[in-house]
Design a protein around this ligand. Sequence first.
Ligand SMILES: NC(=O)c1ccc[n+]([C@@H]2O[C@H](COP(=O)([O-])OP(=O)(O)OC[C@H]3O[C@@H](n4cnc5c(N)ncnc54)[C@H](OP(=O)(O)O)[C@@H]3O)[C@@H](O)[C@H]2O)c1
Length: 328
Amino acid sequence: MVVMVVGGNGQLGAACCAELRHRHADVRASVRDARRGATLADAGVDVVELDLTSGSDARRRALEGAECVILSANAVAPRQGDRPALVDRAKVELVDDAEAVGVRRVVLPSVPVTAADDEVPLVRGRRELEQRILSSPMESWVLRLPPFMDVWLALVGSSVPLRGEEHATLGRPSPFLRRFRRVTGRLVEDRGVMLVPGPATHRHAFIAVADAARACVEAALRPDGASGPVDVAGPEVLSWDDVAAVYADVLGRRVRVLSAPAAVFAVAARVLAPVADVPARTMALNRYLAESESPWTDAGGGLVEPPTMTRVEPFLRAKAALPDRPAG
Ligand SMILES: NC(=O)c1ccc[n+]([C@@H]2O[C@H](COP(=O)([O-])OP(=O)(O)OC[C@H]3O[C@@H](n4cnc5c(N)ncnc54)[C@H](OP(=O)(O)O)[C@@H]3O)[C@@H](O)[C@H]2O)c1
């Protein structure tokens, strides 16, 4: 069976490719530029070029012969010139294309449901895509995943989680993200400050990207689809204060939490929306996290064995032991 990872160069996408190879599955990965797919090809992945926004014919050619699609591509950290709304639209259209060429199953890594969903363009798009997939005659797995520790424990002001990561989401050449990271990328290790969206007491079942990939791959390879969305929690629920304590222990320095309220992000998103789409969407996404918690206790969501999942403390300790140099 051929499993196609759409967005094979992303952090989760690449981890899904690695996990599929580990499980001896035939893997096809779509990338936008074949030159950026060399590492995947070296690992035995069949690499095809596909820009999701390039129309139905291109999408169908890329999908032909795939039995399962893991739909991981997204425009959260877009390249210069990318238009996130078009990517969201193209992902819904890709579901039509997948049905047309006979794909049997779709796996969607998605995000938790919160009261702020309607206010956040990225999440609105995700709910539309979920609905389209869940109402399809194809088998489906919609996995609602909590914040990735590889991403969010860096986004709060550290470069430690990025060590050794070739496909880091936060390493993407996304102009707005690059500017933000230049200012905040080492606050935790250099200043002992963690910049957190929302209250320091908010709790999340942080999951490692490698475990999220194991869940996606298990969903792809299981005999059956799911009957509805599945929450896939990480192995423990921690508040931001707990994360700061882990950082303090791992780095051997005091770390305090600076909390940015949801209202600040909401106003910034509203002011920026007419003039700067990507920064506005990023602010809205921060608002989403600032207002929400994902304190689920069902580690692995029935797809991954909880005792085998990575916890925050060993994750950060292992990363901190790696050389401190830019990813890649
Ligand atoms: N981060 C979290 O905390 C979190 C939590 C829950 C769920 N999730 C979900 O998990 C997934 C994360 O995936 P990831 O880590 O692989 O993302 P990522 O690191 O941000 O990578 C994005 C990928 O999408 C591709 N892409 C963007 N625009 C495209 C287009 N027009 N056509 C084709 N490909 C395009 C990129 O290709 P290029 O390299 O060519 O730009 C890249 O491969 C997302 O679905 C996200 O919503 C994330």
